[in-house]
Design a protein around this ligand. Structure first.
Ligand code: TUI
Length: 319
């Protein structure tokens, strides 16, 4: 597939980023994606800076291809994570940001010659980021797993494309070549996929978590945090149902206090990834889970998605 100048300048073979999923996207997964010609991205999530540094070292040891790091802006460790990234500037091609506004860090990343590609949930945020000099934006719809905005991908992507002159990458609800082809039609230059890579062979998430994603149907996710704040899409399980019920009950009180429900959420993703705990763990995953039916190597995912999109874009019928 002919890539846009921006994707070519990143040295990629495929116009595909692997989402920087917290606790999931480690150095090994990122290196596998990068080695295969996509953009592998380490997810810093809530991890302390030493862990992020370790995963960067792992990626460096496994690939000579460009890779990135996702900075989760709600993390209490964000400043130290940024420091580690700046120290490792020669090895890191780009950073993506999530769950907030990265303005205060832009200058230092620019000075270090690291490209910055924030996730934006709206055209307003996309325009603000463009004015502040970011290199591209990821327009992510609420079909995504994890922390989400309010717009759908189908509506958000073309509006962001029309709002800015920098490259747009589509994310949220994209899991195969149809999603890639559709995103290009909407004006995006490429896509970011999370859930599809979560079940890649090289992903270390606990087998119970992977199995739950592979088994999930279209309607098997729900959104926690609609009342407590920081909405996040997860697979429906006991913990998620309890979270949603408790936060709704709390919201109906005169003086709601969400600290109890927030306590339920603390560490729940890490537990799910490491131990497969389905009782108190959060299986973050996107609405595309119902489409993701097999575990396969990252290289195969990239090749399959791109060749299906090429077939469709050249006038072929869906298969
Ligand atoms: O960041 C993500 N996905 C994530 S972060 C994460 S860790 C977490 N877990 C529970 C609660 C909160 C975080 C798990 N998944 N995706 C990128 C993303 N960013 N989606 C939406 C946004 C976003 C939302 C608002 C970006 C900017 C924004 O701006 C608001 C502002 O600060 O102006």
């Amino acid at each position: 597939m002919e890539l846009s100048p921006f994707f070519k300048s990143l040295g990629l073979r495929y116009p595909i980023f692997q989402g920087g999923m917290a606790w999931v996207a480690d150095g090994k997964l990122a290196a596998a994606v990068s080695n295969a010609g996509g953009m592998g991205i380490i997810g810093a999530g809530h991890a302390p800076a030493e862990i992020v540094k370790h995963e960067i070292d792992v990626a460096k040891s496994l690939t000579d291809r460009p890779f990135g790091v996702n900075v989760m802006l709600l993390s209490p460790h964000v400043k130290d994570v940024v420091k580690v990234i700046l120290e490792e500037k020669d090895s890191i091609a780009l950073i993506t940001t999530g769950a907030g506004n990265p303005s205060e860090y832009l200058e230092s990343f620019k000075d270090a010659d690291i490209r910055v590609i924030p996730v934006v949930p709206s055209t307003g945020m996309a325009r603000l980021m463009e004015r502040e000099g970011v290199d591209a934006v990821i327009a992510e719809g609420m079909e995504s797993g994890g922390h989400i905005g309010r717009m759908t991908t189908m509506a958000l992507v073309p509006q962001v494309v029309d709002s800015v002159d920098i490259p747009v990458i589509a994310a949220g609800g994209i899991g195969d070549g149809r999603g890639l082809a559709a995103s290009l039609m909407l004006g995006a230059q490429g896509v970011q996929m999370g859930t599809r890579f979560l079940v890649a062979t090289e992903s270390h998430v606990h087998p119970k978590y992977k199995k739950a994603v592979l088994k999930a149907k279209d309607i098997d996710t729900l959104v926690t945090g609609n009342y407590a704040g920081h909405p996040a899409r997860v697979l429906k399980n006991k913990m998620a149902v309890k979270f949603v019920r408790d936060e709704k009950n709390e919201a109906q009180k005169n003086d709601p206090d969400f600290s109890g429900v927030e306590e339920l959420g603390n560490g729940s993703l890490r537990r799910a990834v490491l131990t497969g705990d389905n009782e108190t763990g959060s299986y973050m995953a996107g609405e595309i889970s119902g489409l993701v039916k097999k575990e396969e190597p990252a290289a195969q995912i990239l090749a399959e998605v791109t060749s299906q999109a090429e077939h469709l874009l050249s006038g072929g019928f869906a298969y």
